[in-house]
Design a protein around this ligand. Structure first.
Ligand code: PLP
Length: 473
């Protein structure tokens, strides 16, 4: 019997009367038994729902067409990309491999954009060959791209990655670094400042192989409030106006990047001393419709005030679509009690959760197999790595024992994609679940996988018998 859903906006997560977690119609304990742990689990239903909700939020508020480019970096699985292809999503691809992967997963090349600084010749050639748009990030890329297109005898759609002046952020600090958002944008490597963007417009329009369609901008996440997008607008609209005045050109498409979040949003959420650790029922972020209101309202007004036409609105959501669709199952091993701390040791590491890159992440953790006893005990949940490897720090967890199953929530974005083989540990398997069925979409890495790139030069090999002890996956 299933009890009521207790998690924020998560109809795909439910808990049985005995406390067992079910994900998209299948028991967490069954999944762990069948596929082992640690295990990334993605709810296909939630993934599709996130995409539709995002698309509709903007499509209902922007009077011109909206183009959603799924940011593949947030979860590079081919099966996820295939699911979103079925939904009609375009794609934001950084580099040749993301572009190739999107094509392998059936994405429509006309809905793909190639982003990134210092793009390789290989990436440019692939984009030209398949018909993806290229957002150029430097003036020299224009000549390189035109040469590739001329050689292929093709015309390529081009956008310009810009760096508008973000005066509106002059006093606004980033939650992610000790800089104002404006200063962060100024020192970041991406995009062309307004003067360089005007040169780019002219240089692109002078090349018959290139068709200039739009402007691109991605600020990234600095705080999870809809203001983030409203404050980008003045700089962006000023830039569009400046380009029109200097060159006579106005963009058919304006892409404002990603950075949209929802629900428990674990990124940079680590609480300060004495503050509570995120819980499953928490919600830190305004609904996406509020982000869409802020962005669409301000942008329309600012463009209309300058008598500029409304372009196609491009959006590149990553974490909004993937993060809440995923969780990671992990088993408890040793529980160690010291004088100052209690450590609940689990088989997943921060390196497998993408947390090694941003140690300020904080994911809610729940007991997934009904093995929780009533009383909660303050503990650190730690993984096996040779660094502190703290998955949850000084927060209450219902008392569990060796073999208990935990679920780290909201790991669908930037966990598997940014995982490493720290301490030579293989990355977890990934399963896609939907309506009670589960498919393996990435197998667990074996010892052989981890060392597949290695060679020992013959001169270093000890001659003689193979070692007597077992070496295997
Ligand atoms: N677009 C670009 C150009 C990016 O670099 C990124 C992330 O780095 C994204 C979109 C996706 O960001 P998010 O996952 O925060 O939505």
């Amino acid at each position: 019997m299933t009890a009521a859903v207790i998690y924020v906006d998560d109809p795909e997560l439910s808990v049985t009367a005995s406390g067992a977690l079910r994900i998209d119609g299948i028991g967490a304990a069954d999944l762990a038994e069948r596929f082992g742990t640690p295990l990334h689990v993605i709810s296909e239903t939630r993934l599709r729902r996130n995409y539709r909700r995002f698309r509709d939020a903007f499509a209902q508020r922007w009077p011109a067409p909206v183009a959603v480019y799924f940011a593949q970096k947030s979860n590079p699985s081919l099966a996820l990309r295939s699911t979103l292809t079925q939904e009609g999503a375009g794609g934001d691809c950084l580099g040749a491999n993301e572009l190739r992967a999107a094509l392998m997963a059936g994405a429509d090349p006309a809905r793909l954009v190639l982003n990134g600084n210092d793009k390789t010749d290989e990436a440019l050639a692939l984009a030209v060959a398949c018909g993806a748009r290229v957002n150029v990030d430097d003036l020299d890329e224009i000549d390189r791209l035109a040469a590739v297109a001329a050689e292929a005898g093709r015309t390529v759609e081009v956008g310009i990655r810009t760096k508008p002046d973000l005066e509106a952020f002059a006093a606004r600090g980033s939650e992610m670094m000790d800089l104002t958002v404006r200063d962060y944008a100024a020192v970041s490597k991406w995009g062309l400042d307004p003067a360089a963007a005007a040169h780019a417009v002219e240089a692109i329009r002078a090349r018959p192989e290139l068709r200039l369609v739009g402007l691109h901008y991605h600020l990234g996440r600095h705080f999870s409030h809809p203001d983030l997008f409203a404050l980008v607008v003045p700089g962006m609209a000023a830039l569009v106006g400046l380009l029109r005045d200097r060159t006579g050109w106005t963009p058919e498409a304006l892409t404002v990047g990603g950075g949209f979040t929802q629900g428990r949003d674990p990124f940079f959420r680590k609480p300060g001393p004495g503050e509570p650790w995120p819980q499953a029922a928490d919600c830190f972020v305004a609904p996406i419709e509020a982000f869409a209101d802020a962005l669409c309202g301000e942008l329309q007004q600012a463009l209309r005030a300058r008598d500029l036409p409304l372009p196609v609105l491009g959006l590149e959501p990553g974490r909004f679509i993937t993060a809440s669709a995923g969780l990671t199952l992990t088993r408890v091993g040793t529980i160690k009690q010291g004088p100052a701390r209690r450590w609940v040791m689990v088989d997943v590491s921060v390196a497998q959760l993408g947390m090694s890159r941003s140690p300020r992440d904080a994911h809610a953790i729940v007991v997934a197999d009904g093995s929780a006893r009533d009383e909660a005990v303050t503990c650190d949940v730690v993984g096996p790595l040779c660094v502190l490897d703290v998955v949850m720090e000084q927060a209450p967890l219902p008392a569990v024992g060796r073999g208990s199953l935990l679920a780290v929530l909201d790991t669908g974005g930037y966990a598997d994609g940014e995982a490493s083989n720290a301490n030579s540990i293989g990355r977890p398997a990934v399963v896609l679940v939907r309506d009670g069925a589960a498919d393996l979409i990435r197998r667990r890495e074996t010892f052989d996988d981890v060392f597949a790139r290695d060679e020992i030069p013959a001169r270093l090999l000890a001659a003689g018998e193979p070692p007597p002890w077992p070496i295997g996956p």
